[in-house]
Ligand binder design. Structure first.
Ligand SMILES: Nc1ncnc2c1ncn2[C@@H]1O[C@H](COP(=O)(O)OP(=O)(O)O)[C@@H](O)[C@H]1O
Ligand SMILES: [Mg+2]
Length: 589
């Protein structure tokens, strides 16, 4: 089946690799042709031997000589085979590695919108299974296809040289094969697509299950998970079986056609030999060539499969490689005003990409140097606002301003470089404590790392760990508590020392007392910059310069703590509730 449009576009992905490795490929091809040529010589030698035997002219010496020649030819074939295999395999591995680097490099440029519909498992499957299919098609597939075509033509030519009429008779059944494999391979393509998609699902399920293994155990869902995994595996087998059934039809079909030809040759060729039109040696050589034809015939089926598979996978890869980030760099970047001393929203509304209801409505606020708090119940839009300020989602023109300039006219990276943002959900790397803290500034000195650890009240806890700052955390290391994780993330932001600091409910995992202690300790870091702290607790924001109260994505009230407490019922109710709860907890403690 000829490639469809998306597949043709995907082919452009591999073209540069062919250009870069043309010499290696050409040499490989030459070696391959050498193999074919030597292979075709063997029946000629056998013909000589058989004809000599038939005439009674064969001597011990001539037979030994011909046998020796066959061995020399076989040795040549072996050496050339080794040559083309290593040349072509090296090429296909280069191709695979190059595409993998491109894939992962590109995935890193994409943003949240992409990762919301593409699972990690899918990306893993692409970089494993699919890339392997492409590698196979461009390496072995290409070689086998060239080989099959060359061998077919050459064997046919040799056969025609012996007897054109017999050759016509021998190839009579071949169109049958071409027709049937053509139809079957169209179906193969669809079935392959399903296999690859199913494999993605399988990978993602395994990945997410392993990542949440403790949760799975605590819910005693191991058996259920295993069963579900088993079902996915069964579906994968079923899809593969459907492919195998088609492949299994193509192979025997070509065998059958081959044998049909043999029947015709035995009958027709036998008669020609009897009448003396061709020699016995010719007849033997002819049958050998015919036998040589069966391999390319079978290879065609296999190669079609490889190509189908490779094309399907290449199109899947291309889909990811052509995905572009939703946040795009402006054509002309306005330089960032320095120092960055204000961020502003003007009638900002926001809807998540792909959704249809807005989560933020008509917000107009200015954030100045000093501490601004954002409070509001869960779901009121605090995290969304923080993410917009951190430039993680696109905003409409003239709604978000940095230093008086529309953020859409500033380079995204340049603006993000000014912002230290701690997301609500902390991510740590399987690395040392020190490396996790200095992640955004790998060159940070030891004293700086220790200073921020002190500021987030973690110095003593770290000192008590087996390796201190060199303690490894994460999957293969020490497990940290939720509060510890959040404080590490906070330390990571503090060490960046940037003009804007955004903390999204960062201290939700520690008790109120520790929270207050941390807020006091990081106070030196909060001066002289724009600090925005979202929190569902009000107490730590009591001395903020201004507090924004969000309710259902709208600005319900704003002002300093004391004024809100006097004037705003909504705020007062939450405050009373929280302080009462805090007192109760303290009394109990
Ligand atoms: N990635 C997302 N895609 C679509 N909707 C989202 C996404 N994240 C949050 N929301 C929705 O936006 C609203 C505000 O959520 P959020 O900003 O997390 O509030 P808060 O941080 O105040 O709890 C909620 O209705 C939530 O369901
Ligand atoms: Mg939130």
């Amino acid at each position: 089946m000829p490639p469809d449009r998306s597949q043709r576009r995907a082919l452009a992905l591999v073209a540069p690799f062919f250009r870069r490795h043309w010499l290696r490929l050409t040499l490989g091809l030459v070696a391959l042709l050498g193999v074919d040529f030597l292979q075709l010589l063997i029946p000629r030698v056998i013909k000589l031997a058989v004809d000599a035997l038939g005439k009674g002219a064969a001597t011990r010496q001539s037979l030994l000589g011909q046998g020796g020649l066959v061995i020399v030819l076989a040795l040549g074939i072996a050496a050339l085979r080794f040559a083309w295999r290593s040349l072509v395999l090296v090429f296909s591995r280069h191709l695979e590695t190059g595409l993998r680097q491109r894939l992962l490099g590109h995935v890193l440029t994409l943003d949240r919108a992409f990762f919301q519909h593409q699972t990690t498992g899918e990306i893993m499957a692409l970089s494993g299974n699919d890339l392997n299919a492409v590698q196979m098609a461009c390496g072995m597939g290409l070689v086998a296809a060239t080989d099959a075509v060359v061998m077919t033509l050459a064997a046919l030519a040799c056969m025609a040289y012996i007897s054109p009429r017999l050759t016509v008779v021998a190839v009579l059944p071949m169109p049958l094969l071409v027709l049937s494999t053509g139809r079957l391979s169209a179906r193969l393509h669809h079935r392959f697509k399903r296999v690859q998609e199913q494999f993605s699902r399988l990978t993602e399920f395994a990945r997410s299950g392993l990542a949440a293994i403790r949760l799975v155990k605590s819910c005693t869902q191991e058996t259920a998970q295993a069963r579900h995994f088993d079902r996915l595996g069964q579906a994968y087998i079923r899809d593969n079986m459907r492919v195998a059934m088609l492949q299994g039809t193509i192979f025997p079909l070509s065998r059958l056609v081959g044998n049909l030809s043999l029947l015709l040759v035995l009958y027709g060729g036998g008669r020609l030999t009897v009448t003396g039109a061709i020699t016995v040696g010719d007849f033997v050589a002819f049958s050998t060539y015919l036998y040589m034809l069966t391999w390319p015939m079978m290879a065609m089926g296999w190669v079609t499969t490889l190509f189908q598979r490779g094309l399907t996978s290449l199109a899947r890869l291309n889909e990811v490689l052509t995905a572009s980030p939703i946040l795009t760099e402006p054509q002309e970047r306005t330089p960032l005003p320095a120092p960055l001393d204000r961020l502003a929203l003007r009638s900002l509304s926001f809807t998540y990409p792909g959704r249809d209801t807005a989560v933020l409505h008509d917000l107009s606020v200015e954030f100045r140097v000093g501490l601004t708090g954002i409070v509001g119940p869960t779901g009121s839009g605090k995290s969304t606002l923080c993410q917009l300020l951190a430039r993680l989602y696109p905003v409409a023109d003239d709604t978000l301003f940095a230093g008086g300039v529309d953020a859409n006219r500033l380079g995204i990276g340049a603006l993000r470089d000014q912002i230290a943002y701690v997301p609500q959900e902390v991510t740590l790397f399987s690395d040392t404590i020190a490396a996790n803290i200095s992640m955004g500034r790998p060159e940070a000195r030891r004293e700086e790392i220790e200073a921020v650890a002190r500021a987030v009240a973690m110095d003593r806890e770290i000192a008590a760990m087996p390796g201190g700052f060199a303690t490894r955390i994460g999957e293969k290391g020490t497990r940290l508590s939720g509060g510890q994780r959040q404080r590490l993330a906070l330390a990571r932001a503090l060490i960046l020392d940037r003009p804007v600091l955004i903390l999204d409910d960062t201290l939700a995992g520690v008790d109120q007392e520790t929270e207050q202690r941390i807020i006091n300790a990081i106070r030196p870091y909060l001066t002289n910059r724009i600090c925005i702290i979202a929190s569902h607790r009000l107490a730590p924001l009591a001395d903020a310069d201004e507090i924004l109260v969000l309710d259902h994505g709208r600005l319900a009230a704003r002002g300093p703590h004391a004024r809100l407490l006097e004037e705003n019922d909504f705020y007062t109710t939450i405050y009373r509730h929280q302080t009462a709860a805090g007192r109760d907890a303290q009394e109990e403690g």
